[in-house]
Design a protein around this ligand. Structure first.
Ligand SMILES: C[S@@+](CC[C@H](N)C(=O)[O-])C[C@H]1O[C@@H](n2cnc3c(N)ncnc32)[C@H](O)[C@@H]1O
Length: 229
């Protein structure tokens, strides 16, 4: 299949999967303590600071944005702006409903594919921090560097990326690769793709206690932009 068709077909498949299984996804992540696990990483992350412009790439129903926002508030570091995009309208509409029900204002949402970021609203660039969780598993493996490069291009000089992505191991093969139709990655594969995309200062972290079990699921990676301009 030509590459452009492969990308379109992979995105369509992810859109269908999450249109059908949005509620199942929300139940699944609550059961495994994923939202609280993300928050525990954000509570300790040195990539967070006051007054940041933040983008959540592949935000889904907003679990990562909300965990991040909650950690920033608890740390006394309110964000300057939070934007979030996702491919799947059904996930975005759940996120919108959660924002409305919680009375949270100021989080802007957009529908977009990480491999076609030129469709983002104007001005969605120069971010201090991009978070992306459980999304890059859905771009074709051969396009991971391109997706990371696209995110790199939305960061300001010295901006940071916080990436959560599924590990390649025996447990994740049935649970995530087969059940959730996602790609799995080793640390070495991520390192290559991140460096290829222009990221530097790569650091592989972990979910802290009492969320250690999530380390069997995913990599927690931070990286910085190195732009010589
Ligand atoms: C497992 S969910 C993760 C959602 C959220 N980040 C979280 O941590 O709960 C995967 C999300 O990635 C989105 N997605 C898949 N491929 C995408 C792409 N190419 N561009 C943008 N979003 C994508 C799906 O629509 C879905 O909402």
């Amino acid at each position: 299949m030509p590459l452009a068709n492969e990308v379109a077909s992979t995105s369509a498949t992810a859109n269908q999967l999450y249109s059908k299984r949005a509620d199942a996804y929300m139940r699944f992540i609550r059961t495994v303590g994923y939202p609280r696990g993300l928050r525990s990483v954000f509570m300790k992350s040195p990539a967070l600071g006051p007054g940041l412009r933040i983008l959540d790439a592949g935000c889904g129903t907003g679990v990562t944005t909300l965990a991040l926002r909650s950690a920033l508030e608890a740390r006394g570091m309110p964000a300057r702006a939070i934007d979030a995009f996702d491919l799947t309208p059904a996930m975005l509409s759940r996120f919108r409903a959660i924002l409305d029900a919680s009375g949270i204002q100021g989080v802007r949402l957009a529908e977009a594919d990480v491999l076609q970021l030129d469709t983002l609203p104007q001005g969605w660039n120069d971010y201090d921090l991009i978070v992306t969780a459980s999304m890059l598993e859905y771009v074709p493996r051969s396009h991971l560097p391109a997706a990371l490069r696209a995110l790199h291009g939305r960061l300001r000089k010295h901006g940071a990326l916080l990436l959560f992505i599924t590990r390649s191991n025996a447990l994740m093969r049935p649970l995530i690769e087969r059940w959730w139709s996602a790609n799995l990655y080793t640390q070495a594969q991520l390192r290559l793709s991140l460096e290829d995309a222009g990221f530097t200062e790569l650091s592989f972290g972990h979910f802290p206690f009492p969320y250690w079990h999530l380390n069997a699921w995913g990599h927690v990676v931070s990286a910085r932009v190195h732009r010589v301009t």
